[in-house]
Design a protein around this ligand. Structure first.
Ligand code: HEC
Ligand code: HEC
Length: 296
């Protein structure tokens, strides 16, 4: 016992010395929290060593006492002890806590990454709306340009001319080949804004088709060909379209830009992806303002 105690004290002193050697600076600093931490560390060392000595001593010297249970397992007996109170309370407490955690704690308190993302997005969107409530035309156009360079330029090109026909040339409203394509095949891409679509084959005479296509793609210059009357029923004599009936085929107005961004478009040039849910109202208006500025 005596030698163990001496050994223990030597151990305590060497552990404390080691701690002081590694983190002794903390004593010198005038932050009392550091000092408290060091005192705590020393106490933990001392208490641990003494508790270990106590148990080692008990293992060495204790004699068995108490009533043995009847059963024997290969000659090894077991004492009939009552469950210690602390242990029993901890056991019941753990079950109660587990129930609470399973049915109340976890479901109501868990951190959700998606939840946080949604919350932050809503917050950000509200800020965005507040900041750009009434943007000037210049602001919208500038915002549209930066959006365009990031989202649209990969297909439409930085100059918006469509990278040699890979996407629509946005500096003009429409190509002659596209007008001919839509007259022959009809179109039903913009299901949200123009649910009726455009029926095919309203003109079949090649000369009439050519005249109408030249007129539309040429930007409505000069006298309208007679055959355009068929088209005017929906698109209007000026080609500027009608809400719910037909889009503007004369210039890029906000409605046609919103339609192509909402539904995407698949036609003779290729496929324009839908940007639904990826841009807000202000951003769509900004893109429209920028695309309109290209034709000016
Ligand atoms: C993946 C390539 C791609 C991206 C990205 C893309 N577009 Fe397009 N876009 C196309 C293609 C291809 C067409 C031609 C569709 C057709 O008429 O066949 C097109 C057509 C259009 C049209 C003409 C629609 C019509 O009816 O005449 C507009 C306007 C347009 N895009 C705007 C945009 C805007 C604005 C963006 C960025 C937010 C964008 N595009 C991003 C490929 C793309
Ligand atoms: C019944 C109404 C209606 C008539 C008549 C009509 N259109 Fe359309 N047109 C539409 C609708 C709706 C769209 C939008 C199609 C879509 O959703 O993709 C459209 C789209 C277009 C487009 C745009 C296609 C594109 O690629 O961006 C052109 C060009 C066009 N029409 C030309 C004509 C011409 C030329 C005529 C006359 C021969 C005509 N339309 C007659 C309803 C009509």
């Amino acid at each position: 016992m005596k030698s163990m105690l001496i050994g223990g004290i030597i151990l305590i002193i060497s552990l404390m010395a080691g701690t002081y050697f590694v983190a002794g600076d903390a004593f010198i600093s005038d932050d009392y929290i550091n000092t408290l931490t060091m005192v705590g560390a020393f106490s933990i060392i001392a208490i641990t060593v003494f508790v270990v000595i106590k148990y080692v001593n008990q293992i060495k010297n204790d004699t068995a006492s108490g009533e043995l249970a009847e059963e024997r397992w290969d000659g090894i007996g077991e004492y009939r002890n009552d469950v210690p109170m602390g242990w029993a309370l901890a056991y019941i407490g753990t079950i109660i806590w587990a129930m609470w955690y399973l049915f109340i704690g976890y479901p109501t308190n868990t951190f959700s990454q998606i939840g946080q993302w949604n919350e932050e997005t809503l917050e950000y969107n509200a800020k965005f709306e507040a900041k750009w409530k009434n943007p000037s035309h210049e602001t919208l156009t500038a915002m549209g340009e930066s959006l365009f360079l990031v989202q649209c330029a990969p297909c439409h090109g930085v100059d918006a001319e469509g990278i040699d026909g890979k996407a629509q040339d946005l500096t003009k409203r429409i190509l002659k080949t596209s007008v001919i394509h839509v007259i022959n095949n009809g179109a039903n891409n913009f299901k949200t804004a123009f649910p009726g679509g455009m029926p095919p084959m309203m003109l079949t005479d090649a000369k009439e088709i050519d005249e109408v296509a030249t007129y539309v793609a040429g930007g409505f210059k000069g006298e309208a060909p007679v055959a355009f009357g068929v088209c005017a029923g929906c698109h209007g004599m000026d080609g500027k379209g009608m809400e719910y009936v037909a889009p503007n085929i004369r210039e890029y107005d906000t409605a046609i830009i919103k339609s192509v961004l909402t539904d995407g478009k698949k036609s003779n040039i290729g496929t324009m992806p839908s940007f639904k849910g990826r841009l807000n109202d202000t951003q769509e208006k900004a893109l429209a303002a920028y695309i309109q500025s290209l034709g000016e």
